[in-house]
Design a protein around this ligand. Structure first.
Ligand code: ADP
Ligand code: ASP
Ligand code: MG
Length: 416
């Protein structure tokens, strides 16, 4: 009698750190959940750690240890969400409504064993449905789970979004609402580009690419879940009732706009293997080793010199993966006779994203021209069907984002 009851069915609401940063904000979020319950929905709440708790815990770990074991990091970081779920349940109880908080382990959210970047494998619905059936608003701790052996894991920074979208997906929710400190998805990070404009809607694919290219407003795996199960995500402000941005399946009109938004990825490192013997199979051996170390790669480029005998192979990755990337490179360096490994942590990538690129010409040219007119050197270019990305110096990043935004007139209302 529960899931898939249409729009008045189940709804998942997620509140980010700033939206539960103090008692007053917790009460405000609680009121919103109660309102949805009173409107006839079954309500699952996902909450993040309060304010900057996760950052504070990370700092504390850094004061105690230079190399905190990842297992213990997970043990530490999950406490942040445990605080906020308990307080949220208390706030709802205080308003005389039924609520119960559940950690990832109590819920039965099972992940793989990759501590600090685990992936969800399955979600046990039994406990959750029983509590909903009992009339509770169920409050789930974001960003955490347990591996099959019962070890506590976390899903990566910002991944409470993914907990929410995954729950909405498996429960067949009518909608997944993401309450945050901006009132929607903007054409660029409004903290960097003050003239950015809010979109009414964006396709799953565009949001997936924007998130992957640095738009920290949504965790990209959340979008993967939502797309696979076709659950619309409504990103909106926790402070107002105004409509935010719908992340949804592509509609025909969306291709009319060539570029939907621009993003900046700042925590980027470029690793270059120099003097690589250029023979068949070498790239496969290098990247197999990198994959064995679970390093997520952004882009790869290769240049060949000395009449094709030697190559330089570069890849970019987020700085969080650098320790593992370094280990992988050290392992292949002597084994494959590679001359050296250079790591550049001073790179950023500016990207333009839009499904309209499939049918509009000149998008790359416009981006390159804008960067060139601003005197910004492009170090590497990468493209896919709906993204063009340029690696630039970190110090040029903010200016690059601004000029890219201007180049596509994104300050004007842009949604179809
Ligand atoms: P929460 O704690 O609610 O999860 P986040 O800090 O993770 O919030 O995400 C919200 C922030 O994302 C905003 O304050 C904004 O600065 C940033 N952001 C980056 N890119 C965008 C974008 N394209 N549109 C809106 N916000 C963006
Ligand atoms: N508290 C976690 C973080 O800050 C998860 C989240 O907020 O989404 O990364
Ligand atoms: Mg977030």
């Amino acid at each position: 009698m529960l899931a898939n009851m249409g729009f008045m069915g189940l709804i998942v609401q997620k509140f980010g750190g700033t939206s539960v940063a103090n008692a007053e904000k917790i009460h405000r979020a609680a009121r919103r959940a109660i309102r949805a319950k009173m409107d006839g929905h079954q309500v699952v709440l996902v909450v993040s750690a309060m304010g900057r708790t996760t950052d504070d815990l990370l700092r504390l770990a850094g004061e105690v240890s230079s190399h905190p074991p990842r297992r213990e990091m997970d043990m530490l970081l999950t406490t942040g969400e445990q605080i906020s779920i308990a307080l949220m349940a208390m706030a709802i109880n205080e308003a005389e409504h039924k609520a119960i908080s559940l950690t990832g382990s109590q819920l039965g959210l099972v992940t793989d064993s990759a501590h600090t970047k685990a992936r969800i494998q399955r979600i046990n619905q039994e406990r959750l449905m029983a509590e909903l059936n009992d009339g509770n608003i169920v409050i789930v701790a974001g960003f955490q789970g347990t591996d099959p052996a019962g070890e506590i894991t976390t899903l990566g920074r910002g991944a409470s979004d993914t907990t929410a979208a995954a729950l909405a997906s498996v429960l067949g929710a009518a909608i997944c609402e993401i309450y945050t400190d901006v009132d929607g998805i903007y054409t660029a990070d409004p903290r960097i580009v003050p003239g950015a404009s809010k979109m009414d809607q964006i396709s799953y694919d565009e949001m997936l690419e924007m998130a992957g290219a640095g738009a920290g407003v949504m965790h990209s795996r959340a979008i993967e879940f939502a797309k696979r199960y076709d659950v619309p995500i409504h990103v909106r402000s926790s402070l107002t009732d105004t409509a935010g941005t719908m992340i949804m399946a592509e509609t025909p009109g969306m291709e009319d706009i060539s570029v939907r938004g621009v993003t900046l990825k700042e925590d980027l490192a470029v690793v270059t293997l120099t003097g690589v013997p250029n023979r068949a199979g070498i790239a496969s051996e290098i990247f197999a080793e990198i994959a064995r170390h679970h390093v997520l790669i952004d882009d790869i480029s290769q240049t060949i010199y000395e009449d094709g005998r030697i190559a330089n192979i570069s890849f970019s990755t987020t700085t969080a993966y650098l320790p593992e990337a370094q280990l992988a490179c050290d392992a292949v360096e002597t084994k494959l006779g590679i001359a050296g490994v250079e790591i550049d942590e001073g790179a950023s990538k500016v990207s333009a994203v839009g499904v309209g690129m499939r049918s509009h010409c000149g998008v790359a040219a416009a981006l390159f021209e804008a960067l060139s007119a601003a005197g910004i050197n492009i170090e590497t270019i990468s493209t896919s069907e709906i993204v063009i990305g340029c690696i630039v110096r970190k110090e040029d990043g903010h200016r690059a984002l601004q000029v890219a935004h201007d180049a596509f007139d994104l300050g004007e209302p842009s949604s179809p």
